[in-house]
Design a protein around this ligand. Structure first.
Ligand SMILES: Cc1cc2nc3c(=O)[nH]c(=O)nc-3n(C[C@H](O)[C@H](O)[C@H](O)COP(=O)(O)OP(=O)(O)OC[C@H]3O[C@@H](n4cnc5c(N)ncnc54)[C@H](O)[C@@H]3O)c2cc1C
Length: 471
């Protein structure tokens, strides 16, 4: 690991690994954030890099996959009957304040990093809609934020990373040192190896407050137009798809203030959010009803001003609103939910409109929907974003006709030159995946070079044909 100037935290494990310790293998069962079927796995949580190497060294024939906070919605971080390496024990990180760079082990969460970096006046350039994801998970899914059009994905800010490959070697990857493997690992869903650490370029935190402009809209076309208006690098639209009227909602465009009016002290900056409520584990199913969410949406829409500029909001609560409610997927009951997230290129707005029309025609309730604009795609062959529009649709898994509906959606999206986000997926088939990710063969060639025996596998990888069980 490259040296760094100032150690700001070393949560549990020192950066220089201590004596190897083989972690205990536990039988367990895991599932995705959307609460799909729980699958039996052998679970290991190594607390150091050496312990991680030890964990895989005696299990040559067994397939394995890394897991972070389990915030991917489908089956990306699991392998039925295989070894799941929980990387959240690798938690050390260092700030190089002079160069504005951070070196972090893979299991530390972005929320922990945001909280620790703020007093030094630095912030992560890209964060997804939850703070509870690990560095490893953010790189493996190449996550994007609401500011994708201006700063790209998380992977675009990775200067170097350490990868534990199938041979047991640790390789340090940079754009100049096996840049192909680096690109295949960014967005590679853990299928090139276990990310151990990464060096990430940071951005100065001018203030932890955002200046927020918002526009209420009553037609989808107005949402596209409002998202395209200049100003505000963090942009998103909340869509109310349960109203009996045409699609309506609110677009927000937020920009970091140059100076925080309420506090000039970054130490008190609110870059994260604390949960105010927890949905209990024994939450009774069936309480989430269309009528209730429709009434809530009506309230939310009416409460929003038609147009507002310059409202000051703290970064954390604005960027991570769902983190205020711990365990929210439990609202969907035992069967959980599916999040469908496609992206379509600019000019294909009608495709997204058609998805919404079909959803409404079949009366599948969509309890939460958002729309975002995305910027150009990166060099990473499996990275999701492309210049266009992405929508997220949270749908109860128990809704009748859902699978057939989503299969039709896949065809429309692929036909429009779009793709579905693998971090949210639990159902794509090999043919649709190949139609959506045209650089798939380029990715496979690199993967096969570093893992000819197909050691790294996941349920997502096997289901979609990203990897096969045997050569
Ligand atoms: C409320 C919410 C909002 C979200 N908003 C966004 C958003 O705005 N933008 C966005 O892009 N995503 C978003 N996501 C998805 C989330 O950012 C990704 O699924 C992310 O990968 C989850 O990180 P994790 O640590 O939980 O990883 P996991 O879910 O545990 O794993 C995800 C993938 O990363 C791999 N992986 C994990 N750790 C490692 C490692 N150390 N080495 C190699 N591979 C590893 C796993 O094998 C798996 O393939 C959101 C998720 C939630 C729950």
């Amino acid at each position: 690991m490259p040296p760094a100037d100032a150690v700001i935290a070393s949560a549990t494990a020192p950066l220089i690994p201590t004596a190897p310790l083989i972690p205990t293998a536990l039988s367990g069962a895991v599932c995705g954030w959307g609460g799909g079927p729980r699958v039996p796995v052998t679970l290991m949580r190594p607390a150091s890099v050496d312990a991680l190497r030890g964990a895989i060294s005696g299990r040559a024939g067994q397939g394995a996959i890394a897991r972070g906070m389990g915030r991917s919605y489908g089956d990306a971080a699991q392998l039925r009957g295989g070894l799941v390496l929980d990387a959240t024990g690798l938690r050390a990180f260092e700030l190089d304040a002079e160069r504005g760079a951070l070196t972090a082990q893979a299991g530390v969460t972005l929320g922990e990093l945001l909280g620790a970096l703020a007093p030094s006046g630095w912030v992560l350039p890209v964060v997804p809609g939850t703070q509870h994801v690990t560095v490893g998970g953010a790189i493996a899914s190449d996550v994007h934020g609401k500011n994708h059009s201006s700063v790209g994905t998380f992977g675009a800010h990775v200067l170097a990373l350490g990868l534990l490959t199938a041979s047991g070697e640790v390789q340090e990857l940079t754009p100049g040192r096996d840049g192909e493997l680096l690109a295949a690992t960014i967005g590679g869903m853990g299928l090139t190896g276990v990310i151990l650490w990464a060096r990430i370029k940071l951005r100065p935190l001018r203030s932890a407050s955002l200046s927020v402009d918002s526009d209420r809209f009553e037609r989808l076309d107005d949402a596209f137009a409002a998202l395209d208006r200049p100003g505000g690098s963090h942009r998103v639209a909340w869509l109310d798809l349960l109203s009996r009227r045409p699609v309506r909602g609110v677009v927000t465009r937020a920009e970091q203030l140059s100076r925080d009016p309420s506090t000039t002290d970054c130490a008190r900056a609110q870059t994260t959010v604390a949960a105010r409520m927890t949905i209990p584990a024994r939450w009774p199913g069936g309480l989430l009803r269309t009528s209730i969410v429709r009434a809530y949406n009506e309230f939310r829409f009416r409460r929003s001003p038609r147009r507002e500029t310059g409202r000051v909001e703290a970064f954390g609560p604005h960027i991570f609103p769902l983190d205020a409610l711990d365990g929210w997927p439990r609202l969907y009951g035992r069967r959980g939910f599916v999040q469908y997230q496609p992206v379509v290129p600019r000019g294909q707005e009608r495709t997204l409109e058609e998805l919404i029309i079909r959803l409404r025609r079949l009366r599948v309730p969509c309890y939460l929907a958002t729309l975002k604009d995305l910027g150009p795609q990166s060099d990473a062959p499996l990275s999701f974003p492309l210049a266009g529009w992405t929508i997220t649709l949270d749908l109860p898994r128990a809704a009748p006709g859902l699978e057939a509906l989503l299969r039709g959606f896949d065809e429309l999206v692929a036909g429009a030159g779009g793709r579905v986000y693998l971090a949210k997926d639990g159902r794509l088939r090999p043919d649709t995946l190949a139609a959506m990710y045209p650089r798939l063969e380029q990715w496979r060639a690199v993967r096969d070079r570093v893992d000819p025996e197909r050691r790294w596998r996941s349920d997502l990888g096997l289901r979609t044909g990203l990897v096969t069980a045997e050569r």
